[in-house]
Write a protein that binds this ligand. Structure first.
Ligand code: RET
Length: 251
């Protein structure tokens, strides 16, 4: 009688593919770091840790470690007939949130350092970001039919708006001070980041949130987003950084 929403072979294969892609990206970023002196490897180190963390998280999910079967009870009330309940078990890939807790602050650090944001502003953006991820984790395990699930989701979205606020206002202002070339690059990679990051709460709403999307659909959507937001983002940042002295940081 209970319904099981779990990954099929397609979903599981997708997890393995992204695991391998993240490993390849990590190796490539490490090799790129060897081309520059140790003192100029800050972006390389940050960006490699991002893809390496994702590789670990995808390994956990692909092997069945980073996932829990979440029980959802739907209660229907009718007049004159007894209440009916439907129990759904759906996989929640909690390893994602552990991954995001480490990698999204590092992505923000990449962008903050690129723009030349102050330490205070970088810390504020990162703390808001960690709150966004942890409250998103609570939302994923929040009970249906109570304020838990969508309450935490709303709080998470408010934290997300804080992150965007810091990035756009402070990031934008600081990047401008570093010259036109750097400002143009920051605006491009910042807009790219903003669009991709905004897709995550949308996927969440369709998948964990309303369960309109199946578990395979969820895995594939996050897989594409993760490769773009970590792998392609990192490659873009490191390649441009290699040819743009304005992007150097003294740290
Ligand atoms: C959740 C659900 C609750 C509401 C919001 C979310 C935002 C998540 C974001 C994730 C970004 C992840 C990245 C991963 C690595 O590449 C937690 C999905 C606002 C923005 C960039």
């Amino acid at each position: 009688k209970p319904i099981y929403e779990v990954a099929s072979d397609t979903g599981n294969k997708t997890l393995w593919v992204v695991f391998v892609l993240m490993l390849i990206a990590s190796a490539a970023f490490t090799a790129m770091s060897w081309k520059v002196p140790v003192s100029k490897r800050l972006f390389h180190v940050i960006t490699t840790i991002i893809t390496l963390t994702a590789a670990l998280s995808y390994f956990a999910m692909a092997t069945g470690h980073g996932v829990s079967l979440n029980k959802v009870v739907l209660r229907e009330q009718h007049d004159h007939v007894p209440d009916t309940t439907q129990v759904i078990y759906r996989e929640v890939y909690f390893a994602r949130y552990i991954d995001w807790c480490i990698t999204t602050p590092l992505l923000l650090l990449d962008l903050g350092l690129l723009a030349g944001m102050s330490g205070a502003h970088i810390i504020m953006a990162i703390v808001a970001d960690v709150i966004m991820i942890l409250t998103g984790l609570f939302a994923a395990f929040g009970a249906e039919g109570t304020p838990q699930k969508w309450g935490w989701y709303t709080i998470s979205c408010i934290a997300f708006i804080f992150v965007i606020w810091h990035l756009v206002l402070n990031g934008g202002a600081n990047a401008r001070a570093k010259g036109d070339k750097l400002r143009t690059f920051f605006v491009s990679i910042g807009a790219y980041t903003l669009i991709l990051w905004t897709a995550y709460p949308i996927v969440w709403g369709l998948a964990d949130g309303s369960r309109k999307a199946g578990v395979d659909g969820e895995i594939i959507a996050y897989a594409v987003l993760d490769v773009l937001a970590k792998g392609v983002f990192g490659a873009w940042l490191l390649i441009v950084h290699a040819n743009m002295r304005e992007s150097d940081v003294e740290l």
